[in-house]
Write a new protein. Structure first.
Length: 116
């Protein structure tokens, strides 16, 4: 089992920045991929960014060059640094992890709201 707890969401103005954190506990050694999904109001959940155990990162095109995902293995935490935020980035952001058995775990989500 893996537990994920997000923090760092909030309300920010257009063009502002936020950093989301996701603290991981439990069977962390089985995880090979972690990242962030988001679900805008009335829309489906979409992958934002992820990072593998070896540090390979992947981003959806709409956040490329604005968002950065990173991990601190000593703290069992991943981060999503978000810059140049737009109203279209408004969503609930969910942290996820996938382990070597392909089990998927989710955090409860954190709200990010960007005012125009």
């Amino acid at each position: 089992q893996v537990q994920l707890v997000e923090s760092g969401g909030g309300l920010v103005q257009f063009g502002g920045s936020l950093r989301l954190s996701c603290a991981v506990s439990g069977n962390v050694f089985s995880i090979y991929r972690m990242g962030w999904y988001r679900q805008p109001p009335g829309r489906q959940r979409e992958l934002v960014a992820d990072i593998t155990r070896d540090g390979t990162t992947n981003y959806v095109d709409s956040v490329q060059d604005r968002f950065s995902i990173s991990r601190d293995n000593a703290k069992n935490t991943i981060y999503l640094q978000m810059h140049s935020l737009k109203p279209t980035d408004t969503a609930v952001y969910y942290c996820f992890s996938r382990n070597v058995l392909d089990n998927l775990y989710w955090g409860r989500g954190t709200q990010v709201s960007v005012a125009s």
